[in-house]
Design a protein around this ligand. Structure first.
Ligand code: GLU
Length: 551
């Protein structure tokens, strides 16, 4: 075969050589050990947790004074959704991820672009042409039907599935045959001519998993599809070489095709990047673990966390907790520090299914929000209410800024701050009792308080209530009412002889709590009363005293 002639036939329009691109994209002048890494999402409209997960590479780049960039893998036009690139960028921005270079909303930024794969067609074809020239790639005219029949025959024979060995129909076509078929307008794909030996195991270093041994690739996989657009495999190798990527962080599902990628790097004589295959996101489903699924699990979409109102920093802390075995310890030692200060290491990444658990996220988010200022919580909550709840509610919240700040200050700031909510949705629901228009009594009156006692306790409470009292005086009055009504002031005594009392001070307090907040569980009542003001406090107590049945 005259490879020169074949290359000219297949790529008449390609005049550049690999050397031209080597000159255009020189090795980066960066300090020793600098990490150059990227995320390379496909614009399918679905921004998932994995995108944020792999954006952890940004930390490696920052820690080493390297580069973090965004490449858009838009080779599959059929799956592309309008606005997907913008949505992705917006999402990354929301989580505070910053790219040094790559695709941007306006276009792109950086000297190693274009950063959208469809604009790099000429580069891929130049590399493809070089492989044809070396006799390492050839056109294949097999139709879908031929390939299906081949697969069926392979299954029948219990042979491995794929284009290899005796099944490579097009590998031995003559130049004349190829020229004739191209002339006739037959579509073709370009295949790699593999000489790999399936018995041969290749060592590959993985930044997370250590040394892997993978079977050498022996299949003639597709480099370019019939429209001249590369497959992921080929584009990844060309791009990560010419963009001078040092670390490829990607999902472990790519381990299956890793042999193809290393074969290409090695064949082209290019240094392999350090692959870092991150563990697939899993969740518990009953007793067993399974992969998070786009169809079944809304929490796989990054938009879920934003719509629920989980603060981005809490989501980041959650991710780090799940992914990095030493993050939790660091956070305990540095509860107030931003997670960006944590030194991230690949070796500490988990390599087996990372287990996701929303209860854990809630826990982390509650912890995080309990440490934030009332002002921060108010501003962020307001923004969320405006976007995800109702604009008119946001307007009311805005008018009552001081009121809400006072409400949010209750139980905040001390040694043991309250952890009432982990998301803006939860905060909005939690704060509803402060809002006259949203206030409803969710809990019932403690069940050991009779309707007559309920009326009596609340009317005594109203009679003795004095807003000039301090918290201690106030509580003493609650104790007096408790005692006068025959309830146990000391819980211990009540527990010892419950039959001697209708209930204890806990029940009496809870009754007042339900009257005031609609719940049996709430922050400090005295403080709540002072935020609500005397008039509203009296109104709620009186209203509940009169209410005959319980809600
Ligand atoms: N487009 C690929 C994906 O979304 C990128 C994988 C990689 O990072 O190389 O899975």
């Amino acid at each position: 075969m005259d490879h020169q002639a074949l290359a000219a036939l297949l790529f008449p329009h390609i005049t550049k050589t690999i050397a031209d691109y080597e000159a255009q994209y020189p090795p980066r002048a960066l300090p020793e050990g600098a990490v150059v890494t990227r995320i390379a999402p496909s614009p399918t409209g679905f921004v998932h947790l994995g995108n944020l997960y792999n954006a952890i590479g940004e930390r490696l780049a920052r820690q080493t004074k390297g580069v973090f960039f965004l490449r858009i893998e838009d080779t599959d036009q059929k799956r592309e959704v309008e606005g997907a690139v913008e949505a992705l960028m917006d999402s990354m921005h929301y989580y505070g991820i910053q790219f040094d270079e790559g695709a941007t909303v306006e276009g792109e930024h950086g000297a190693y672009g274009p950063y959208r794969q469809r604009q790099r067609k000429e580069l891929y074809q130049t590399v493809a042409k070089s492989l044809v020239l070396r006799g390492l790639a050839y056109p294949c005219f097999c139709t879908e039907e031929t390939l299906t029949a081949m697969r069926d025959a392979q299954m029948e024979e219990k042979a491995n599935i794929g284009y290899y060995g005796k099944w490579t129909n097009c590998r031995t076509l003559s130049y004349e045959e190829i020229a004739k078929r191209i002339e006739a307008g037959e579509p073709w794909v370009l295949r790699f001519a593999s000489s790999g030996d399936p018995e041969h195991m290749i060592p590959v270093q993985d930044g997370i998993r250590g040394e892997l041994r993978v079977q050498e690739n022996y299949t003639d996989f597709v480099l370019l599809k019939s429209d001249g657009i590369p497959t992921y495999h080929f584009a990844h190798v060309c791009d990560d070489h010419f963009m001078r990527t040092t670390h490829v962080l990607r999902d472990e599902s790519w381990l299956a095709t890793l042999p193809i990628h290393v074969q290409l790097f090695d064949t082209l004589g290019w240094e392999r990047p350090l692959y870092c295959h991150t563990a697939t996101l899993m969740k518990m489903d009953g007793e067993s673990k399974r992969k998070l699924s786009k169809r079944k699990d809304p929490e796989l979409a990054l938009s879920y966390y934003r719509a629920e109102g989980y603060p981005p920093e809490a989501v980041q802390q959650y991710l780090l907790t799940v992914l990095n075995s030493n993050f939790e310890e660091w956070r305990l030692a540095n509860p107030q520090a931003n997670s960006r200060e944590f030194t991230f290491s690949l070796e500490k990444m988990s390599s087996s299914g990372a287990l996701f658990d929303l209860a854990k996220l809630d826990h982390i988010a509650k912890e995080y929000l309990s440490l934030q200022s009332a002002e921060f919580v108010y501003e962020q909550l307001l923004a969320w209410v405006r976007e995800y709840a109702a604009a008119e509610e946001a307007a009311r919240m805005e008018q009552q800024r001081e009121f809400y700040l006072a409400a949010l200050r209750i139980g905040r700031g001390g040694e043991k701050p309250r952890k009432d909510f982990g998301s803006w949705r939860q905060a909005y629901a939690f704060l509803s009792f402060f809002d006259r228009e949203r206030f409803v009594r969710e809990d019932a009156c403690p069940e050991n308080i009779s309707p007559a006692h309920k009326r009596e306790i609340l009317s005594r409470y109203l009679e003795t209530l004095d807003f000039a009292d301090d918290a201690v005086q106030w509580f003493n009055k609650v104790k007096e009412i408790t005692d006068a009504m025959g309830y146990a002031v000391q819980v211990k005594k009540y527990k010892k002889n419950p039959e001697d009392y209708p209930g204890s001070i806990v029940d009496v307090s809870n009754l007042i709590r339900v009257a005031m907040t609609g719940r049996q569980n709430s922050p400090d009542l005295w403080e709540i009363s002072h935020v609500l003001g005397e008039e509203e406090t009296r109104r709620r107590i009186a209203e509940y005293a009169e209410e005959s049945g319980d809600v």
